[in-house]
Design a protein around this ligand. Structure first.
Ligand SMILES: Nc1ncnc2c1ncn2[C@@H]1O[C@H](COP(=O)(O)OP(=O)(O)OP(=O)(O)O)[C@@H](O)[C@H]1O
Ligand SMILES: [Mg+2]
Length: 262
């Protein structure tokens, strides 16, 4: 359902995505994991026709993204990293607007879909609010609702749980799990526990290249097969993580509940 074949994207001559290939079959939930600047968002923008690849080919549901971006977008729900929404609209009006843009022309069917998206994203308490007044977490939920309102087959979600409180994270994970099976999902994250909780498969990207691809269990087993070095570090995890990722030879630093895998 989602196919990337040797995708390359350069900015100012420097590759942000450097020969990325993968195939995601129908119904699979895939976590796209990597440190800041690894190329997750750029890959997703190539897959969703928001950027044009310099080399390679992207296909969604068998449709070439560069050749027929409109057909692709109709089948696709995309939650972009910056989650752009119209601040002056009321929540359900905003979803209605997005549904109309997605080609749902029948008002009754549209109202049904808006209601379903509000319900599944836990937005009922915010009906009547202006988008610009929403807290960050509810704004993120609205972004998700906007991504699923037209009931697309494929979901591409760029950091869907960023900015959510722990309860909301759990709810969004449950929602994504519920959607999986019927839909094909690619979601990006920095958090390993997120992919273990939600995903059937993990693709890890570092410096624009795919460095691992497998089930969460396989990847964890791969890590434990290598030589381990246990060191004690003092400092806030937010500072330790980038420092470890910047070590020469480190692919990336993954934060676990009780430590880091480098
Ligand atoms: N529009 C742009 N112009 C120039 N460089 C860009 C642009 N978009 C991305 N880049 C560069 O491409 C690289 C990959 O960025 P990208 O946003 O894809 O990473 P990411 O994995 O999504 O990171 P994060 O976890 O921080 O969201 C970075 O070095 C970034 O600076
Ligand atoms: Mg990103």
């Amino acid at each position: 359902m989602i196919s990337a074949q040797n995708l390359v994207k350069r900015f100012n001559g420097r590759p942000a995505v450097d020969g990325v290939s993968f195939d995601i079959p129908r119904g699979q939930i895939v976590g796209f994991l990597g440190p800041n600047g690894a190329g997750k968002t750029t890959t997703m923008r190539l897959l969703t026709a928001y950027l044009t690849a310099d080399e390679g080919r992207a296909e969604l549901a068998g449709i070439n993204v560069a050749e027929d971006p409109l057909s692709v977008r109709r089948r696709l729900g995309y939650l972009p990293e910056d989650n752009p929404l119209y601040g002056d609209l009321e929540v359900t009006d905003c979803l209605d607007f997005v549904a109309r843009l997605r080609g749902l022309s029948d008002p009754a069917a549209r109202a049904e879909r808006v209601k379903a998206a509000v319900r599944s994203c836990g937005l009922r308490q915010e009906v009547g609010s202006r988008v610009g007044e929403l807290s960050k977490g509810f704004r993120q939920r609205l972004g998700l609702a906007a991504a699923i309102v037209h009931d697309p087959e494929i979901l591409i979600l760029d950091e869907p749980t960023s900015g959510l409180d722990p309860n909301q994270v759990q709810e969004v994970r449950d929602l994504i799990r519920r959607l999986g099976g019927a839909k094909t999902v690619l979601l990006s994250t920095h958090i390993l526990s997120e992919v273990t909780a939600t995903c059937d498969r993990v693709i890890i990207i570092s410096a624009g290249k795919i460095v691992a691809d497998g089930t969460p269990r396989e990847l964890e087993a791969g890590v434990s097969d290598r030589n381990r070095l246990q060191i004690e570090l003092k400092g806030p995890p937010e500072q330790i993580e980038p420092a470890l990722a910047a070590l020469p030879g480190a692919l990336l630093a993954l934060r676990r509940e009780a430590g880091f895998i480098v």
